[in-house]
Design a protein around this ligand. Sequence first.
Ligand code: NAD
Length: 519
Amino acid sequence: MATAHANIQALTAARFETPAKFTQFCENGGQPLGGYIGGQSVPGSMNATFETVDPGSLEVLARVSEMAESEVDRAVAAAQAAFAGNGVNGWRDFPVDERCELVMKLVELADRDRDVLLACEIRDGGKVSELAEGDVDQIRACAEYFCDVAKRIPLGDGPSQEVADGVRGFTYREPWGVVAGIIPWNYPIVLTSWFMFPALLSGNCIIIKPAEDTPLSALYLAKLAEEAGFPPGVINVLPGRGELTGQAIAEHPGIRYISFTGSPGVGQHILRTCDRHGTRMKREMGGNGSAIVLDDADPQVVARMIGRHANQHFGQTCCTIHRVFVDKKIADDFIDAERDFFENLKIGYQAEEGTQLGAVINPTQMSRILRAQADAIARGGEPLVAGGPAEVQGRKGFYLKPALYRTNPGVHCNPQEVFHTFATICPVSSAEEALELANSTPYGLGASVWTKDVDRGIALAKKFRDGTCQVNCHNSIAYGLPYGGQGISGGPGAGVNCEETFRDYTQVKAVYVSEYPEA
Ligand code: NAD
């Protein structure tokens, strides 16, 4: 069906030429890329390497050394030494302005090498340029926001109060010391920035554990951090598999705080591990996002907007839309328009002009998605766009077609996060019924209401059991507002990108001081 709103389209690729500097970085003089510990590139003590590939062409981009338990020990020791210094010149003692200066120097270098970082997102991460460009912009935006926060929120002594005769008390706020960020593959640069800037600016020394599918951007950022002049040990990067490198990080009692972004199952597992030795943790996890379309919405326009959001990074965005509840009065027109949008997505190689739906990240994801597509039909979903494997001429890669199903209330064919352009549309009789269905999931990350009546939309949106509630928009993120999950999608802590996030990277103590007792 043709619509009058052809300008609303899926995020789209411009042709991307891989810069020579990226290729050179990946080749690393014929050696595997090492981890980055204490200011040096370090090979893994197990002598094990893994390949990171372009998911749309299966070209091997780089060989990377896998970091084991002993590298985790080394990184923790390097970070502890950098944190403490010789008692006066550790990272914890750096004035905020000096921390900000180094962070902004790193940002300038990232701007200089923007094309290399874009190559990391597009080639290693399989992303289309329209999205990758926005992701790389987050480095500066996030750094500037947290430099401002760091200058405004004082650490150290809080105001003193009289707590008893001759006794005063005050709070003392300080960084944790060594903190680790465990990062998933879908937004490596964005999520590394969201972790590293608040963690560093509040005075911690950090260990970044990138996902095994996308280790290149974190390793490149470490190289830039060295050039920017960060003291050795302040920033460390440990590439490797989750069950090995990640697990060793979770088990290390020298790491005081872990910021995890990834799937709920892995997050729950790490939380239990950390709890055994008292490491604190915050978790930003998956979702099964919903959208409610009210009866006054224009079905064609809103279907295209929802299609664009459902296909953001080919549906591999944590908060994106997978479940749509639409008023029965406009359901048929809405479904026609959504089917039209899904069917017309241009499947292709992510660095080729015009691609809107590229390959998924790895074969495991591919089989999970195919299984979920089969399950949706087995559980009563009526296929509108059938899914299944896709062919892209001249390319080997993990290509899949989008999937869209019609359901009814009571048909549970979409119970779990399916990380692809995969959505169900359920016609409903009222906004209240839609809200009840939208909230009937253990996830709680992002949800939206679509209506011309914005006040009605706001009233409904506030009733979502989600960390991000939206009216006529979705996948929304702004610095200064928390981005976090409810239910199994996140917590504890405030989420990311707000002042509370900065405080999450600090701990607070109570200090009591009494006058010296008279003899
Ligand atoms: P994942 O949970 O499989 O892996 C995430 C990270 O954890 C990777 O670095 C992995 O190596 C590591 N890991 C795996 N097992 C581990 C273990 N036993 N110990 C320590 N670390 C371990 O997730 P993924 O497939 O990489 O990413 C997709 C998931 O991330 C989706 O669920 C998505 O919704 C979620 N996500 C959430 C947000 C958010 O902000 N809420 C953002 C992006 C992605």
